[in-house]
Design a protein around this ligand. Structure first.
Ligand SMILES: Cc1ncc(COP(=O)(O)O)c(C=O)c1O
Length: 445
């Protein structure tokens, strides 16, 4: 009774899934174990974990150090609140360590159970900051098309992927989106740098809305779920300058990019700028414990401190001792195993191999990536960048072929996404590339 078919029959009777889609779920795998970059399903088949779970399992499966950190902390103190009036040593140590590792101006941290809660926390932090500074009308949130910031109601309203909205409207008022810098598709006016033009979309939106109404701009340094969209090198510089000029807080959503994935510990370091708020989750515990959080700039922290007013935002599991213990152990792994450097080196290999294998394919429009996150965008006609019509479901077909060959990942439309664990071996990376190439050829021969 433990084959995939048996398990799925019971699953379908009682389990509602994130992004629940009964038709898609017909072909679901049921995972029973993992080791390194390999996942094993209930029928005993092995797959390369092409998206590190959901971008989070950077240290790979079966890490006994993380399990031991969890066991040790749970057997000493499994839970205690960190609401004001309580604390625990692991939460204190984790915040201390993050202060030394994160952007220099960010030294104070609030912990959550994941990325969506981190987005909620950033929004509430930004709004409260402006209220405490005597500018209560600064409440709006600007984000980007193709951005993903979570699925709770306010996070969903910041998310710029429209399929997430219709069943749950109305969205929270005061949220608006500007275009993504999307190098493959963004059209800058003649002669203008694409990155500067895309960043100037933010200035236009702030001026249109009125700077006195805008609290924050939130952006993933590399858009992940939206299709691994890597911005132009001049984009975030200009964004920082615009945020400074109009007094709009810059929130870096590093839920995917944080802790090494792109080749830097935190990804805005690629472009030499710092955010006012950084949010993180996923790789901070490599998925071994649901955990996330935000870090705030000294300016914001000073404002909170000086006013002394209670900040009425809270989660029961904020600063969870077991989550903090796993995160602390994970920070050691990241350092000892040089995760940012590994991600940079392996990411270059992955991107170059994908380009060699598929660069000349007549339906490959773009192959892009930064560190160990890549995407292959399939199009009807590379010359015009014309997409396939959605009802052909090309991305889903390619993904199905890849699964049949032993690579498990996700697609966004017709973009095949790859972000395997940082511990993935070179031969596993090469195999993943072979599978993507064969799968594309078999669907689009
Ligand atoms: C950039 C980003 N922000 C926020 C989230 C939401 O995180 P969670 O699913 O833990 O709520 C995600 C999840 O993929 C993400 O990629």
């Amino acid at each position: 009774m433990n084959t995939i078919a048996d398990l799925l029959a019971r699953d379908q009777a009682h389990l509602l899934h994130p992004l629940h889609d009964a038709a898609l779920h017909e072909h679901a795998r049921v995972w029973v174990s993992g080791q390194g970059a390999i996942l094993t399903d209930a029928d005993g088949y092995e797959f390369i974990d092409g998206l590190s779970g959901l971008w989070n399992v950077t240290a790979g499966h079966g890490r006994s150090e993380l399990v031991e950190a969890m066991r040790k902390q749970a057997s000493t103190l499994a839970y205690a609140s960190v609401y004001s009036g309580s604390s625990n040593p692991r939460a204190i140590e984790l915040a201390e360590q993050l202060a030394t590792l994160c952007y220099p101006s960010i030294n104070q941290f609030f912990f959550t159970s994941g990325g969506g809660e981190a987005t909620e926390s950033s929004i509430k932090m930004a709004r409260s900051y402006w209220k405490l500074r005597g500018q209560p009308t600064k409440t709006k949130v600007i984000s980007r098309v193709e951005g993903y910031h979570g699925a709770t109601l306010a996070a969903m309203s910041a998310t710029g992927l429209s399929p997430y909205w219709p069943l749950f409207e109305p969205r929270v008022p005061g949220f608006l989106h500007i275009p993504s810098p999307y190098p493959y598709r963004y059209e800058a006016p003649n002669g203008e740098s694409q990155g500067i033009a895309a960043a100037n979309e933010l200035e236009r939106a702030i001026r249109r809305e009125g700077a006195d109404t805008v609290a924050m701009f939130i952006a993933e340094p590399v858009q992940g779920a939206g299709g691994v969209i890597v911005p132009q090198d001049d984009y975030f510089h200009r964004i920082r300058a615009i945020c400074d000029h109009y007094q709009v807080l810059l929130v870096a959503d590093e839920v995917i990019t944080g802790f090494g994935r792109t080749g830097q510990l935190f990804a805005l370091a690629h472009w030499g700028i710092e955010p006012d708020i950084v949010q993180f989750a996923k790789a901070i515990t490599s998925g071994y414990f649901p955990f996330g959080g935000i870090g705030i700039s000294d300016t914001i922290a000073d404002t909170l401190r000086e006013t002394g007013r209670p900040w009425m935002h809270a989660y029961t599991y904020s600063g969870h001792p077991v989550g903090c213990a796993v995160a602390i152990r994970m920070l050691r792994i990241i350092k000892d195993e040089s995760f940012p450097e590994q991600a940079a080196t392996k990411g270059r290999r992955l991107l170059n191999s994908l380009r060699s294998a598929l660069g000349n394919h007549p339906h490959v429009g773009d192959i892009r990536g930064k560190g160990l996150m890549c995407a292959v965008e399939l199009v009807e006609d590379p010359a015009s960048k014309q997409s396939f019509s959605a009802d052909r479901k090309i991305g889903i077909a390619v993904n199905r072929e890849a699964v049949a060959r032993g690579l498990f990942s996700r697609v966004k439309g017709d973009c095949y996404l790859l972000a395997p664990p940082i511990v993935t071996t070179e031969s596993q990376l090469d195999k993943a590339v072979d599978i993507v190439a064969e799968s594309v050829r078999s669907v689009l021969s």
